[in-house]
Design a protein around this ligand. Sequence first.
Ligand code: ADP
Ligand code: GLC
Length: 505
Amino acid sequence: MRILLATSELHPYSKTGGLGDMVGALAKYLAKQGHQVGVVTPLYRGILEKFTGIKRFEWLLAFPLGKEFVRGGVWTLQPQQNLTVYFVEQPRFFDRDGIYQGSSGDYDDNADRYIFFSKSVVNLARYLPLQPEIVHLHDWQTGLVPLLIRHQFETGGWGNRPRHCLTIHNLAYQGVFEAANFALSNLPQDYFTPATAEFYGSLNFLKAGLCTADQVSTVSPTYANEIGTPEFGCGLESVLSELQSPVKGILNGVDYEEWNTDANPHLARPYGVDDLQGKRANKLALQKQLGLFERADTPLFVNVSRLVEQKGADLQLEAVRSLLNLDIQFALLGKGDPLFEEGFSSLAASNPGKVAVTIGYDHALAHRMEAGGDFFVMPSRFEPCGLNQMYSLRYGTPPIVRDTGGLADSVTDARDDVGMVNGIKFREPHVGALQKALFKALAVYKDPATLRHLRRNGMRVDFAWEHVAARYESMYREMKARPLSTLIRHLDPAVHLTAKIAKNT
Ligand code: ADP
Ligand code: GLC
């Protein structure tokens, strides 16, 4: 198949979280399976300097953006057979220190930046020799693409338009802007309705995509169910439960070529399921690097995370603080909300040798923490998929997770299956529940046979991307099998509602 992916982050070129990992791996493994794959992503600052093989592509991007006319360029790289990355160059929008934010918060022209990007995606989808059959969009930054394609389908002679799908990586980020920003799309105003991009008077990029993409998916089966409820739906639960074709939940995978313990340049020593001695060496090396007491026998809890409420950073801070009278250690690598950064930093300052906090983003250290820790703590309030718990399973570092979203789908607790147990789950998003889970972990730690059982079970779980790419492939095939005429939804909410009532009676 010919497939074009579009994303605002792509590992190894740009990344703030799991989105970059996921799309990078999806592209790589679809290409390995013989599909012709393109990925469109912005050319952020520093990419050209770091990846010297990127070449200028003879392609001019030139579109109206509201009343302005904006130009851009395209650069390409072929990192492997069957895969081409198209970097959208627009220095005013993308040559900045951050991806979405600067030092004073979100950039105030994010609507302009990602509408320009979305127009570039549509232009490439339509005119590249690749002629994609599927355009696979990711998150709110690409949410307007289906509407932009629709306009060219209806009025611009693009009758054989590709099928498009949108994957939700995190429903909490919707791309909500003042309604006036819709004009930047240059789409007719009658495309802006409650059946598309309009949400309580504002412009909502993600909602536009959910309502108009041929298929919507998300990154775990449990999250796919959760987002149909008010607790997790972030206001879009009824939009999601009304979709013609239900949201598909496909659990992310792990790129084991990168996230492994036996051939990993970042680790102090290789190890594997039958040789856990190497893990001990990694623990001692990590303790040394972080300035923790070098004690192989003291249980070391670790976490690598964006420091935001979603990840339960506040729960973690309180629960860890309450356990520091015991012989434990805690190490955190993270970046995010200044309140959490300060909270963790001051915990480290008052507990030297026991608590180590690194504020920042450090890819190599992330690997070392996964390898050197005894338990990985991930008390997320919600988690669409979560990758770190899957990495930690492979690294023999049992995860302690809240029983939600992709955490529920990827970790096996003793209550799920005593034979296959590989981690610890807790239900309530409260400090007390997390504390209890940490105590359970300490009991496991004191019992070497049980600890070994958890570690080995975790290291043997197979989240290989080959399986995940095959699931996307069958989703694409199902989409292609549906006639285009059945996929077009009416833009007028009244007509849409009448059709729905007719269907249900
Ligand atoms: P999310 O995408 O919600 O942040 P995931 O668990 O899906 O959560 O993915 C997080 C990814 O980002 C992982 O690859 C993790 O190692 C990486 N990561 C997060 N914070 C940091 C950090 N401070 N330094 C290095 N890597 C980080
Ligand atoms: C988002 C989610 C995370 C998921 C990642 C990749 O950032 O918060 O749970 O693993 O996307 O899909």
